[in-house]
Design a protein around this ligand. Structure first.
Ligand code: FCB
Length: 482
């Protein structure tokens, strides 16, 4: 959608009243004014970046000794991913990372958030290192440094070695130790090149969707397994924090949390409580586990909680990673499954604001509110925006994919909200667009395009979109408008 489609200037109204001089833009609900966008400024050392994840961009799924991941298994099971897509090749970044880094450089990028594929480095999840896999990340990070780009490493972006799932996966408490050993090994071998580490990407999402709902790998549908997985991951987050610090004195460690502001649908006490529950579980479960050593009221037997676990999971994260895509409208629901806290909630997309072609409402002030709330609640932590973006359906013609003015508008709006939050005290040091490239969007396959660069998956040609060119100028100038 073009700005023209949702902003009407009041010139016409001004003409009607004969008062053109006082005409002001009429904003769509939730929209930030052109004046605020024009005035937004970012500091010189702000880290402009993009984000990807191994399974979504690397391809080379069984090359050079890589082991199978749960997402390889999922994708290879017919009917799992839209259009029968797999991660076998996707953007082929494993073979094309130099080209992708040249693209980042061209767009004046200062940070690249990527993830390491656990089964590429440790095909069985534990035990012998696959040297060729480790060397890939050495080459990748060397090339990033050469281009003046900070490597930001997500240690776990959902592609668990299948061998570890076969040993029980995250519900198996031993996994916390395996994960911490793996994190320590990465810091030992790559700590000279990488200082910024996020043990997990969206821990609530991958445990809930993978073990409770069963929509994602490893496709388990059992709330009891889910709660065990949740507790293992909270322990793993704490243990990995310590293992990274022990192996590399320069390591700074946070995690990347899904932060979807929850707005109560009505002002009834039940809906207000439902929105608060959404925030406590979906947004903050693992954040509070780390920063406070606390969970919301969850039955400790279900978790397999042992005395002293609160000390293992509590670690002072050096920074908080925030993903922001949209706000959600939450109301209370009759519980379908008493063990699943999400089943007590009804969650819907907002519908008042403008909608880019992907159909998700744009409401940038919710991003501002989220940043201010986190700043207040966690004593003004350093924040990294670890992901943020909007998708276009792949059914749109190529010219509309490339001339993506609605995506430019989306970023203008959200970056203006970010600039305001920073002015008001939020200590945000980096922003990572999701994503550098169109890539494999999990179960949605190649049907959702998020990239600043278009990828033709038949030829692997990358073409920078208007949004990419625009974001490059922002990174160069620290301004949102020319
Ligand atoms: C986030 C995931 C990322 C990508 C974006 C669109 O939830 O972390 O891998 O799929 O959504």
């Amino acid at each position: 959608m073009d700005r023209r489609n949702f902003i009407k200037t009041s010139l016409a109204a001004g003409a009607l009243t004969g008062n053109r001089a006082q005409a002001l833009p009429v904003l769509a609900p939730g929209e930030i004014s052109p004046d605020e966008i024009r005035k937004a400024r970012f500091p010189k050392d702000f880290l402009w970046g993009t984000a990807t994840a191994a399974f979504q961009v690397e391809g080379a799924w069984n090359t050079d000794g890589k082991g199978e991941s749960i997402w390889d298994r999922f994708a290879h099971t017919p009917g799992s991913i839209a259009g029968g897509a797999t991660g076998d090749v996707t953007c082929d970044q494993y073979h094309r990372f130099n080209e992708d880094i040249a693209l980042m450089k061209r767009l004046h990028q200062k940070s690249y958030r990527f993830s390491i594929s656990w089964p590429r480095v440790l095909p069985q999840g534990t035990g012998a290192i696959n040297q060729k896999g480790l060397d890939y990340y050495r080459r990748l990070t060397d090339a990033l440094h050469e281009a003046g780009i900070r490597p930001f490493c997500t240690i776990y972006h959902w592609d668990l070695p299948q061998a570890l799932e076969d040993r029980g996966g995250w519900p198996n408490r031993d996994m916390a130790g395996y994960f911490a050993d793996y994190a320590g090994l990465l810091a030992k071998h790559l700590g000279d090149r990488i200082t910024v580490w996020a043990p997990f990407n969206m821990p609530w999402y991958f445990t809930h969707d993978g073990y409770c709902i069963g929509d994602s790998a490893p496709r388990k549908r059992d709330a009891r397994l889910f709660w065990k997985a949740v507790h293992t991951v909270a322990l793993a987050q704490g243990q990995a924090f310590r293992a990274l610090k022990a192996a590399s004195s320069n390591a700074t460690v946070g995690s990347a949390f899904e932060c979807e502001p929850a707005v109560p649908k009505t002002d009834s006490a039940a809906d207000i409580a439902a929105a608060a529950d959404f925030d406590a579980y979906h947004n903050r479960f693992f954040l509070n586990a780390a920063m406070r050593g606390e969970y919301p009221a969850v039955d400790h037997d279900l978790l397999g909680f042992k005395p002293g676990d609160e000390k293992i999971m509590k670690v002072p994260l050096d920074w908080i990673g925030v993903h922001y895509y949209l706000r959600l409208i939450v109301s209370s629901n009759a519980a379908v499954d008493s063990l699943d806290p999400m089943s007590r909630l009804h969650v819907e997309l907002g519908s008042q604001g403008p909608k880019p072609p992907g159909g998700w409402e744009m409401w940038p002030n919710a991003f501002y509110d989220m940043l201010m709330t986190l700043s207040r609640d966690y004593n003004h932590p350093i924040i990294e925006i670890t992901e943020s973006g909007t998708h276009f359906p792949d059914t749109l013609p190529l010219s509309e994919q490339l001339h993506d003015s609605a995506r430019v508008e989306w970023y203008k709006q959200h970056l203006a909200a970010l600039a305001r939050a920073m002015k008001d005290g939020a200590r945000v040091r980096a922003y990572h667009v999701w994503s550098l490239l169109d890539n494999l969007e999990w179960r949605a396959g190649f049907t959702r395009r998020y990239g600043l660069a278009h990828v033709d998956f038949a030829t692997q040609a990358r073409t920078v979109k208007d949004s990419g060119l625009w974001y490059g100028r922002v990174a160069e100038t620290g301004r949102l408008a020319d």
